[in-house]
Design a protein around this ligand. Structure first.
Ligand SMILES: *[C@@H]1O[C@H](CO)[C@@H](O)[C@H](O)[C@H]1NC(C)=O
Ligand SMILES: *[C@@H]1O[C@H](CO)[C@@H](O)[C@H](O)[C@H]1NC(C)=O
Ligand SMILES: *[C@@H]1O[C@H](CO)[C@@H](O)[C@H](O)[C@H]1NC(C)=O
Ligand SMILES: *[C@@H]1O[C@H](CO)[C@@H](O)[C@H](O)[C@H]1NC(C)=O
Ligand SMILES: *[C@@H]1O[C@H](CO)[C@@H](O)[C@H](O)[C@H]1NC(C)=O
Ligand SMILES: *[C@@H]1O[C@H](CO)[C@@H](O)[C@H](O)[C@H]1NC(C)=O
Ligand SMILES: *[C@@H]1O[C@H](CO)[C@@H](O)[C@H](O)[C@H]1NC(C)=O
Ligand SMILES: *[C@@H]1O[C@H](CO)[C@@H](O)[C@H](O)[C@H]1NC(C)=O
Ligand SMILES: *[C@@H]1O[C@H](CO)[C@@H](O)[C@H](O)[C@H]1NC(C)=O
Ligand SMILES: *[C@@H]1O[C@H](CO)[C@@H](O)[C@H](O)[C@H]1NC(C)=O
Ligand SMILES: *[C@@H]1O[C@H](CO)[C@@H](O)[C@H](O)[C@H]1NC(C)=O
Length: 818
């Protein structure tokens, strides 16, 4: 006998698994369960969550479970820690639709201290439900219909307000075809509020295997508070054993469609509460005519409540709508707003011989999908996790930021959230810093010190928000990348006790940064470089020629217009020792200039003030105009360049000041009398002849240590029309800008990509002669000189724009017209 019943069971299971291959795709997790098993009543395979939750929570025996379902004998309890979340990760196929279901049965309270729990349930970053247990014997079911946003989803429990958070089962059921597709599925999940089988044969819900998709169809006999109350008198339950054709859209189970309720007195009405409403909902009604109506019999009715104008006037005639009896008719409303209390009422039409009929309803709330943490940030965190075998911090699970952030990251409150801080000091991380880090653009703090990191730094030049970077006490190698000096927010950079090599980027030493780099034996400060690239070298020489010519032109002009003799001595300062420009604080400068009280010059670049430093050194402080548009990085580049220019004919740059609103350059001030004296003093100087000027150019070009930045710098200044910025500020106002332009024009042609369009030496000489002419001419017939100058500037500007933004319609870069 026993054998026989076992045999029957085996046959039954075989039958189930062969008919329903869907089963293999089901994931059924018995949370807190200690073994894997197959439920004999359904044929479903349940697996224990021991493997996936080995680090969190504990298995607890449920006291007085309701019924003898295996999966409700045990539950998993999690610690009461509101700063933590506990997540199950389920693998999905991206864009496939699924039912995700979590169930909760607490059982009887264990002791006096034991209280029914209340906590939060999340699906990815989306708040799914508040689980509030009021009755220990009840199985609370939370169901979400989703179109999988990626190849896995996280179901997380967190934020208990009372009692111990727990879970009984977690189930994943794939759906077929376009079941439950909505126009809103990109942005909304469907949270099932109610799915009711009317006329049910018993209080038991119908689910798998009757429903191959394992939806839970609650019985209308399951009487409880605020659930299907207010039933109209004359309501009767009907059933059929005939098959029902359900192949329409949502495939409700045949068994559900074989029963119904009928309002024999012409009315069907019910009232029920919808959890988490009012809200926008997707509402489905399922009808099938299961009574054999005679030829002179009809069933016609209307929806009277809730009030939906476009629906209330429509006459429902099931057999007609479905094109036959025993066939499914499933009218729906894809976006209807329902209140917390839903009252509905069907009323027969006057000419109908039978009252309204209802087989099933299904109502789901549209739940807005909350944004998960920026994918690129998560990828980087995952890469870091994979670099440690420590169990503590790598398996927090779920989204790094939502609903509660992992304890080693800090998140922004933006949508989507971004990681702003990673704190992994001393976490035994091994290997190279993952290159994925380079995309974490919101990162402000990165603490990776005291680990076993090796290899070079990834290119983090895009992490422009980085303020604090700790890499000390690792074994990192390679050069210290120059972009570190250009991260404008960087305040703290610690790289001590590593094996970095090469040169320290100059800007790191000149900027106001807490920079610690001890114990990197191979790392050293930058030495002077002498690079004479073909075009760049020429440019450097020309820039100096250009500066020299400014002097020359100035002198010429003074001579022509003034002819005044002045016997002051050598106008050129003796060679000053090259000094790196250093940072001078605003307060120091305010003190030196008596809060910028003595203005000694003004130009398009801004104003120049006289000052005297504490050590007695006299300075000219140039406050750059347009500091706001003048990006810090550009300023730093300019300072680095200017600080390299040292020549006895040029005013040396001593330092700079970088304030939030202002950028200032501090030059040495001529100690030979007043500014006026100085200018007049230079007039008498015999103009330098060409060989002398070329010598200056040669000397200075060596100092330039020319690199590509000069090109960019000069280009950008000239494009802005601000050639004056690179000229000795003392000279301003005494030279024709137009003549400077003429020289700048020829100078800048040296950076042309094609060699043939670069100027020859004769061209340069001619340009300088032109410039001299402009200077002379301006004193004689200024109007025509000005217009010539205007057009020459125009040529220059347009030729510049061509360099920066080549007109690709021509297919090549045009050499500028000369
Ligand atoms: C249960 O099944 C899962 C998945 O097949 C497996 O990883 C796990 O080891 C099994 N657990 C036990 C206790 O057999
Ligand atoms: C769902 O689709 C799969 C593949 O198309 C099919 O094998 C399976 O039988 C379908 N399941 C149901 C319940 O219709
Ligand atoms: C079906 O309806 C008949 C009466 O019409 C009733 O006797 C029977 O119990 C019903 N069966 C079910 C499963 O509800
Ligand atoms: C439903 O309709 C309302 C207004 O009628 C609209 O605001 C909303 O976006 C629609 N969709 C959802 C999913 O709520
Ligand atoms: C329908 O017709 C049958 C006979 O065909 C008759 O007995 C019955 O009374 C009629 N019903 C109605 C509502 O007219
Ligand atoms: C309705 O059903 C009949 C047969 O039952 C069929 O011939 C007819 O094409 C169907 N009409 C529609 C619109 O499906
Ligand atoms: C973790 O441990 C495994 C085996 O012990 C080892 O193969 C792997 O390299 C370790 N990974 C890290 C990052 O330490
Ligand atoms: C880093 O990447 C930027 C582009 O985003 C590039 O300009 C720069 O040269 C790279 N730096 C290094 C050191 O690779
Ligand atoms: C930096 O960002 C830019 C633009 O987003 C991108 O093109 C570049 O590849 C990034 N550089 C690195 C090194 O990631
Ligand atoms: C650091 O790396 C270098 C070269 O890879 C190696 O020689 C040295 O032993 C390492 N030091 C430590 C402390 O791991
Ligand atoms: C470098 O290591 C030494 C000894 O190992 C330690 O005393 C020192 O504090 C470390 N430096 C930093 C920056 O941590």
């Amino acid at each position: 006998m026993v054998l026989f019943s076992q045999f029957l069971l085996i046959i039954y299971l075989l039958f189930l698994s062969s008919v329903l291959c869907q089963v293999t795709e089901f994931i059924s997790i018995d949370c807190g369960g200690t073994s894997n098993y197959t439920d004999p009543s359904t044929g479903l395979a349940w697996i224990s969550d021991m493997g996936m939750m080995s680090h969190h929570g504990k298995s607890v025996q449920v006291k007085n479970p309701n019924g003898d379902w295996m999966q409700y004998q045990k539950r998993r309890d999690f610690p009461i820690d509101s700063t933590k979340k506990y997540c199950y990760t389920l693998s999905t196929k991206e864009r496939r639709r699924y039912i995700v279901r979590a169930t909760f049965q607490y059982g009887s309270l264990g002791s006096d201290q034991d209280t029914y729990p209340k906590f939060q349930l999340y699906l990815d970053a989306t708040q799914w439900s508040t689980v509030t247990v009021l009755d220990g014997s009840r199985v609370y079911v939370k169901e979400m219909i989703i179109r999988a946003p990626s190849n896995s989803i996280d179901v997380c429990i967190c934020c208990a307000t009372t009692g111990t958070p727990f879970i009984s089962t977690l189930e994943l059921r794939p759906l077929n075809l376009s079941m439950y597709a909505t126009d809103f599925e990109d942005n909304f999940f469907l949270k099932v509020a109610s799915r009711i089988n009317f006329g049910a044969p018993s209080k038991d819900a119908i689910r798998y295997p009757d429903d191959p998709y394992d939806r839970i169809w609650e019985s209308d006999l399951d009487k409880r508070q605020n659930f299907l109350v207010g039933e109209a008198p004359g309501t009767v339950r009907i059933n059929t054993s005939k098959n029902i054709d359900i192949r329409t859209r949502e495939y409700p189970p045949v068994k559900v469609m074989q029963t119904a309720v009928v309002g024999t007195q012409g009315v069907l009405s019910y009232r029920l509460n919808l959890q988490d409403f009012p809200a926008n909902a997707r509402a489905y009604a399922y009808f099938a005519e299961i009574q054999d109506l005679g030829p002179n019999e009809t069933r016609k009715f209307k929806l009277q409540q809730p009030y939906m104008p476009e629906y209330n006037n429509a006459v429902l005639n099931i057999a007609e709508n479905a094109n036959g009896s025993h066939t499914l008719y499933e009218p729906s409303h894809m976006n209807v707003t329902f209140n917390f209390v839903l009252s509905f009422r069907f009323v027969k039409t006057r000419d109908s011989t039978h009252g309204p009929l209802l087989s099933a309803i299904e109502i789901s709330k549209y739940q807005k999908i909350a944004a998960k943490t920026e994918r690129q940030d998560v990828t980087a965190l995952e890469a870091l996790c994979s670099m440690s075998n420590a169990s503590g911090w790598t398996n927090d699970g779920g989204d790094p930021c939502i609903p509660v952030h992992w304890d080693w990251v800090t998140c922004s409150s933006s949508t989507p959230p971004r990681i702003t801080k990673i704190a992994l000091s001393g976490k035994n991380i091994k290997g190279q810093i993952p290159s994925e880090l380079k995309n974490m653009k919101a990162l402000t703090e990165l603490w990776l010190d005291d680990n076993s990191l090796t290899g070079p730094l990834p290119n983090m030049s895009n992490l422009t928000n980085l303020k604090i970077l700790h890499l000390e006490n690792n074994n990192l190698t390679g050069a210290l990348p120059s972009y570190l000096g250009h991260l404008s927010h960087l305040q703290e950079l610690h790289i001590g006790n590593n094996s970095f090599g090469g040169e320290i980027p100059r800007t790191l030493l000149t900027r106001k940064i807490n920079f610690k780099y001890e114990n990197n034996p191979e790392l050293h400060k930058q030495r002077f470089k002498f690079i004479f690239g073909s075009s760049i070298g020429v440019l450097a020489i020309l820039l100096v020629l250009f500066l020299g010519s400014v002097y020359l032109l100035h002198n010429l002009r003074r001579k022509i217009s003034n002819q005044k003799n002045n016997e002051k001595g050598d106008s050129f300062r003796t060679n000053t020792k090259p000094l790196a420009a250093y940072y001078i604080s605003l307060s120091e400068l305010e003190e030196a200039t008596s809060i910028f009280s003595k203005k000694i010059g003004k130009g398009s670049f801004g104003s120049v003030y006289y000052g005297k430093m504490k050590d007695g050194k006299e300075v000219a402080v140039k406050i750059m105009a347009e500091a706001a548009s003048h990006r810090t990085q550009q300023f730093v580049t300019e300072v680095a360049l200017l600080s390299r220019i040292h020549h006895r004919n040029l005013v040396p740059l001593i330092g700079y000041c970088e304030d939030e609103h202002q950028h200032m350059l501090v030059y040495e001030y001529m100690h030979n009398g007043t500014l006026g004296d100085r200018i007049h003093g230079s007039v008498n100087q015999k103009p330098l002849d060409w060989p002398a000027r070329l010598q200056i150019a040669h000397d200075a070009a060596k100092d330039f240590g020319a690199d590509l930045n000069i090109v960019h710098w000069a280009r950008s200044l000239i494009r802005k029309g601000d050639v004056i910025s690179i000229v000795d500020p003392i000279l301003l106002g005494n030279v024709k800008i137009e003549s400077i332009w003429r020289i700048a024009e020829v100078a800048i042609q040296c950076v042309k990509q094609q060699g043939y369009s670069r100027p020859r030496m004769q061209d340069i000489v001619m340009a300088i002669q032109d410039a001299i002419k402009i200077e002379k001419g301006s004193d004689q017939k200024s109007s025509s000189g000005d217009s010539d100058a205007q057009s020459s500037r125009k040529t220059l500007l347009s030729s510049f724009l061509e360099i920066e933004n080549p007109d690709l319609s021509n297919g090549y870069i045009e050499p500028s017209a000369r």
